[in-house]
Design a protein around this ligand. Structure first.
Ligand code: FAD
Length: 481
């Protein structure tokens, strides 16, 4: 089955997966109130790829069938730019509020399969072959993947990586006739209720001897023993898009994952107790590859935020200093993001094995700053919006014949802006910055793929110092006359 429709995606979610919300084990994800809105929201993303096929679909290199462009293994700068157009189209659909639309993992696995040479090192040729085969399965069946790569925090002082004997971190406990048996837990599978399969791959490097923790595999969500504990829902009822335009559609969920003695079939095992491979495969092209997707998404969100704040001020005729200054500040974030992405794509190069990824440095710089920019953007919208964010009538209030004339008179905007138009703008702005979904979104921007503090340290450690050293050395090393 090539690129799926929304309806096909929704049908795929009906299986025996074990998703918990509160103390309830969910039987039917697409119809559950906590998940129905985002299920529909994601179905719309699947439909979108057909509506915008010229941007979102490419032929499968072997079968010729249409597949999502995020599965493309880039082999030139043109491929990177081609992929950009599709990723941007998908990011715009959710205005970047959904961080983990399936294209995120598609790009990740296209990168992994493209660099199968790295996965096949240190005697792992069979694992690499299975990975390449899996990526074909992923793209040809248009699978929605969630992933979990971080071990849970029990005792922060013990560091990020499990030492041998750690019984919490995901580890291998044995083998069966059909595969390996794994036990433990991982965080934090965003998109879990809306995924067909779960991906496990490396994050923090492991210490020598931690072989049991050096694992990578993909398994169906309904695999026995796999349990997902969802956070509290941030979703608003689906029928209420006027009041909660984002929360009613885009709560992608985040779930704690427990592997209660789960059997992973051999054909789905990509790394089995191989520390050198585990520590190697994330260290070269993974970051710049996946950053293209996440930064295109982030840029769409920043530009949306700027547009929304501008519209908010226009509706109350408040486009004067210092408000305009804050709008300008927001625009700079969106423009810096756009420029970094363009620079990284323009300077794309071959990373090995004939595979091209964007240049990492501009994306590293951008990623390191976004955990500060996004909270600031939210702060600006709340400062500019003031009480207006909370004085926006609901759809039901606007529909009430007794209230409507009063709302139209007392809650209208400046100039020709009607009460309904004003309510829509401010309700959207509150859903973007003040709702439960907005708060979760801010947490996401601060922490996904590591905190700002860690990203800034990585930025320094991976930066090319040659020019900086040359500039400094002129003063420190040249003879003083
Ligand atoms: C909403 C959300 C969705 C997520 N989705 C996924 C997902 O789909 N899949 C997945 O695998 N993971 C996911 N994650 C997990 C995410 O990858 C981790 O939360 C992230 O890596 C941060 O891990 P941590 O708790 O170890 O934080 P840390 O990086 O340890 O940060 C915790 C605090 O310590 C500070 N800190 C840490 N190290 C340093 C340092 N060296 N110097 C100074 N300060 C430091 C940070 O500033 C921060 O305040 C998600 C997280 C969130 C919040």
């Amino acid at each position: 089955m090539p690129a799926r429709t929304g309806e096909q995606f929704l049908r795929g979610l009906k299986d025996e997966r074990e998703i918990w919300i509160g103390n309830e084990k969910v039987c039917d994800v697409p119809s559950h109130p906590a998940f129905a809105g985002a299920a529909k929201g994601l179905a719309a993303v699947f439909d979108l790829q057909h509506r915008h096929a010229a941007e979102c679909l490419v032929p499968d290199p072997e079968t010729g069938e249409p597949i999502n462009v995020s599965h493309l293994i880039p082999r030139s700068k043109e491929d990177i730019q081609r992929r950009h157009r599709g990723l941007e189209r998908m990011a715009e659909h959710t205005v970047g509020v959904m961080g983990r639309t399936p294209d995120y993992m598609n790009v990740t696995y296209a990168g992994f399969a493209g660099r199968s040479d790295e996965w096949g090192a240190n005697g792992n040729e069979a694992g690499a072959e299975r990975l390449v085969k899996y990526q074909k399965f992923l793209r040809r069946n248009d699978i929605s993947l969630t992933h979990t790569i971080i071990n849970p925090t029990i005792d922060k002082a013990k560091g990020d990586t499990p030492a041998p004997g750690d019984d919490v971190a995901l580890h291998k406990v044995g083998e069966s006739e059909h595969g390996i048996i794994v036990r433990g837990a991982r965080i934090l599978a965003t998109l879990a209720p809306f995924a067909d399969e779960l991906a496990v791959y490396p994050a923090h490097p492991l210490v020598p001897g931690a072989d049991a923790y050096a694992l990578s595999f993909c398994i169906p969500m309904a695999t026995p023993g796999l349990k997902f504990i969802s956070r509290d829902s941030c979703a608003a009822p689906t029928q209420n898009a006027f009041d909660h335009p984002l929360s009613s559609r885009y709560d992608e969920q985040d779930a704690f994952v427990i592997f209660d003695d789960v059997e992973v079939p051999w054909d789905r095992v990509f790394i089995d107790s191989n520390v050198p491979v585990y520590n190697q495969v994330m260290s070269t092209g993974w970051f710049p590859n996946v950053m293209q997707q996440t930064m295109i998404r982030a840029q769409a969100k920043l530009e949306f935020a700027w547009g929304l704040a501008t519209r908010m001020l226009e509706s109350i005729n408040a486009l004067q200093p210092p408000n305009v200054q804050m709008l300008g500040e927001m625009w700079t974030y969106a423009e810096f993001a756009r420029a970094c992405i363009q620079c990284a794509e323009e300077n794309a190069y071959e990373f090995g094995n004939g595979v091209w990824f964007p240049q990492g440095a501009p994306l590293t710089a951008l990623r390191a700053n976004l955990p500060a920019w996004f909270p600031r953007v939210n702060e600006i919208i709340r400062l500019l919006g003031s009480h207006n964010l909370l004085a926006a009538p609901t759809y039901a209030q606007l529909s009430d014949p007794e209230l409507r004339p009063l709302i139209e008179r007392y809650m209208r905007g400046a100039g020709n802006v009607s009460a309904e138009e004003r309510a829509r703008v401010f309700r959207l702005a509150w859903d973007f910055t003040g709702s439960a979904l907005a708060s979760r979104g801010e947490q996401y921007e601060r922490f996904y793929l590591a905190s700002g503090a860690r990203n800034q340290q990585v930025a320094h450690r991976t930066a090319d110092r040659a020019r900086a050293d040359r500039l400094v050395d002129r003063f420190l090393k040249e003879p003083v006359q």
